[in-house]
Design a protein around this ligand. Structure first.
Ligand code: SF4
Length: 369
């Protein structure tokens, strides 16, 4: 039970981007905005003198401010956007009984794998950009009118995210929406270079105007989290007991293949959650042979999900469990459980996103494939 130590797609030359980033941070005419992925907060502590799996989000925020980042945000806020868009897309497909099963799209290593090995399945993959890309396009739009140059940084558990950020689909006039992807390991190096004693730093909160995220957005970092977040959105029953019941549908846990089913408007909705590309492969074969049938399939390339991303410090079985527990704990402690209850997201739909949803939040992988 060791996490993958290399990029699952094998197609990426892993660069270290911190040298140029330091220059941008020290440039007074450049505004540097950063987002932190869910998995990073439970994966970074161990190497910096704290417990593996401990949620150290507040310390990461404080460290990034100390380093010189101008605005610090949580990718879980971007994930809330993904939940709403993906839930809407899924419900529409269910109603028309078309393009099912819907495959999730937030893992770029999975998307790349599907492009190479299952091009004929691409039209079933959600058109939603990943949380990182959704959030970055919102940031570029929001800060785009500033007289300073704006640079968007993403702290990610993952080397495949560097490749995703470099894709043509995610550029505007040749400039990527995400200027730098920094892995958890690279952030550890930056924190050391800055001489920050992480275990002694006082935690701080993320900034406005994007400073709220739901628990649903936080659990994106672990296998099953995307699915659970989407179910929370589409389930009719919004009670606390319904929330608990969703947690017990079978979507949680670190197994490589999970199945669950829920009933929506009298229709049974069949769900599969897979992590690890081998598991995705065998699931697709079972669907083709007619042995299995699903409506919604979450795929994460890394076994266990992003908590075990190739950019994170390596974790054994116990570390994986602790990281997963850390994210579900963050969800429990969050006063907003569902993405649609996040006031920041609602304000975005009423403002910046009006008339821009397709342009900023979706992507057409098929046309290119
Ligand atoms: Fe990256 Fe792995 Fe998460 Fe996919 S599952 S987004 S490859 S960390």
């Amino acid at each position: 039970g060791q996490c993958a130590a290399v990029c699952p797609t094998g197609a990426i030359v892993v660069r270290n981007d911190t040298v140029k980033l330091w220059q941008d941070i020290s440039d007074k005419d450049t505004k540097v905005v950063v987002q932190i992925a869910p998995a990073v907060r439970v994966g970074i502590g161990q190497e910096l003198g704290l417990a593996d799996g401990e949620n150290v989000m507040g310390r990461i925020v404080a460290a990034l401010k100390r380093i010189g980042f101008d605005e610090v945000f949580d990718t879980s806020t971007g994930a809330d956007l993904t939940v709403l868009e993906e839930a809407g897309e899924f419900t529409a497909r269910l109603q028309k009984e078309e393009k099912l099963p819907l495959f999730t799209s937030c893992c770029p290593a999975w998307v790349r794998y599907a492009e190479l090995h299952y091009p004929q399945l691409m039209y079933k993959i959600s058109t939603c950009r990943s949380p990182m890309q959704m959030f970055a396009s919102v940031m570029k739009e929001h800060y785009g009118h500033s007289h300073r140059k704006v640079v968007v940084v993403a702290i990610m558990p993952c080397t495949a995210k560097k490749y995703e950020a470099a894709r043509d689909e995610f550029k505007k006039d040749g400039v990527p929406y995400v200027d730098y992807v920094i892995t958890t390991q690279e952030l550890i190096q930056m924190i050391r270079e800055a001489g920050i004693v992480f275990s002694e730093i006082e935690p701080e909160a993320v900034d406005m105007p994007f400073g709220a995220a739901s628990g649903a957005g936080v659990i994106f970092g672990v296998t099953g989290g995307v699915t659970e977040a989407v179910i929370r959105r589409i389930a009719d029953d919004k009670s606390v007991s319904a929330l608990r019941a969703i947690a017990f549908t079978g979507v949680r846990g670190l197994q490589g293949v999970k199945e669950a089913s829920i009933v929506l408007d009298g229709r049974e909705v069949r769900i599969a959650v897979v992590s690890g590309l081998k598991n995705a492969d065998s699931l697709i074969h079972k669907i083709r042979s007619g042995e299995k049938k699903y409506d919604f399939i979450e795929v994460m390339a890394c076994p266990g999900g992003c908590i075990c991303g190739a950019g994170q410090p390596v974790a054994g079985r116990e570390g994986r469990n602790k990281r997963s527990v850390g994210l579900y704990e963050a969800d429990r402690m969050s006063s907003i459980k569902r993405s649609e209850e996040n006031p920041i997201i609602m304000a975005l739909y009423d403002g910046l996103l009006k008339g821009n949803i397709h342009r900023l939040l979706h992507v057409d992988y098929v046309r290119k494939a």
